[in-house]
Design a protein around this ligand. Structure first.
Ligand code: PSV
Ligand code: MN
Length: 390
């Protein structure tokens, strides 16, 4: 088994990216319940992300969604982040909330709409460059609702052409992460429904096109850790959008519904030697009824716990059991690691890092929640344009 010192060292260097949209008022299509203190601007979202980093020590970057986080001066926003020890992470173009995107964006039948979508992605690439971000995360809401609505085959070709244009426009050190989702908002078919579709488009594009695995974007029962293992083996796992689901794209706190699944995913990451490197570990969550900063702190802690357990797997013992065909022995090695209470280890690590051993208690004591509620109020419920707009 790895020494405690080594496990702590690796946990200390772990990086988890937060998403700006987790801090604003969000909701379902039924209702947005405005939350006291919810961030109203991109600057406040960065501030809240910095607060999460302050108490956890492993979350120094925040992803932006454009235009939800549109500002006049992105360099200034990046400076604002840097002044709090943060940097801007992945840039997410929004190709789903404009009237023109009713029938899709890059796959739309009208070339003018496809051109508009491409122009927006290019704008996002220039934002990425100006804030020093090396990741463009692309999620398309494209698809159809009814059989016959459009040619699925033609849409794949349009998609390829669009992606090729984007790939050609990528600045040298930037990666394109292509996210997939099996349904919603399109209900009959989506144009990038699964990892295989994303992977084959990435292969056609080139090395800097990689798959983004959002843990909430799979049918129930899907073996996500297999997908992770496969993509890591092909050097095409670009990153994660972590969240947790019971039914569909529930966007709940990662590790909430199925901590075992999260452990198995992190175990594949650790086994492939990918904990440190290019894979981006990002949260993509919405906190519709719970306090947002606290929920993000809990989420970071959940990822840390799953990672710690994954690092505690007795790899030599596991390899031995696997080689001997010892089915139950191999399984027991994994279960031993999963069953370990890693909270004391993480508390020790945080003390080593000069942090409070209990980030949640420290946050509550800090009075931040009351302060932002008093300063910001409840904000206003998002209009018909969508809950993501401030
Ligand atoms: C879509 O469900 C998604 O997972 C994509 O990553 C979006 O960018 C994000 O949620 C926010 O809507
Ligand atoms: Mn996502």
């Amino acid at each position: 088994m790895a020494s405690t010192g080594l496990v702590k060292e690796r946990l200390r260097n772990q990086r988890i990216e937060l998403a700006s949209w987790s801090f604003g008022n969000t909701g379902t299509r039924f209702k947005v319940f405005p939350l006291p203190g919810a961030a109203r601007t991109a600057y406040e979202k960065v501030d809240d992300a910095a607060t999460v980093h302050h108490f956890t020590g492993v979350a120094p970057s925040v992803a932006l969604h454009i235009p939800w986080d549109a500002v006049d001066d992105y360099v200034d926003l990046a400076k604002h982040a840097a002044s709090q020890g943060m940097r801007i992470g992945a840039i997410n173009p929004n190709l789903f909330q404009d009237e023109d995107y009713r029938l899709g964006s890059l796959c739309h039948p009208d070339p003018a709409v496809r051109a508009k979508a491409l122009a927006h992605v290019r704008e996002c690439l220039s934002i990425a460059e100006s804030v020093g971000s090396g990741i463009l995360s692309l999620w398309l809401a494209d698809g159809t609702n009814y059989p016959g609505q459009d040619s699925m085959a033609a849409r794949q070709e349009r998609l390829h052409e669009g992606l090729q244009e984007i790939y050609r426009s990528l600045p040298a050190a930037t990666r394109l992460l292509l996210e997939y989702k099996f349904f919603e908002p399109a209900f009959y078919h989506t144009d990038v429904p699964d990892w295989g579709t994303s992977y084959s488009h990435c292969l056609r594009l080139g090395e800097r096109a990689q798959v983004l695995v959002d843990t909430g974007h799979h049918a129930p029962g899907t073996n996500i850790e297999f997908i992770v293992a496969f993509l890591l083996g092909q050097q095409r796992l670009g990153g994660f959008h972590f969240n947790s689901r019971n039914y569909a794209d529930d966007d709940l706190m990662v590790g909430a519904a199925d901590p075992f699944e999260l452990f198995l995913i992190m175990r594949e990451v650790v086994a492939a030697g990918a904990l440190e490197g290019q894979v981006a570990f990002m949260l993509d969550q919405c906190h519709n009824i719970e306090p947002k900063v606290r929920a993000q702190i809990r989420s970071v802690m959940n990822v840390q716990e799953a990672t710690a357990k994954a690092l505690l797997v007795d790899e030599p013992a596991l390899a031995r059991a696997q080689a001997e065909g010892d089915v139950l022995g191999a399984n027991a090695v994994l279960m031993d690691a999963f069953s370990t209470d890693v909270r004391p280890l993480l508390a020790e690590l945080r003390e080593d890092m000069g942090l409070d051993p209990d980030p949640m208690a420290a946050y509550l004591r800090s009075g931040h929640e009351g302060r932002i509620a008093a300063e910001r109020g409840t904000g206003s419920q998002a209009g018909p344009a969508g809950w993501g707009y401030a």
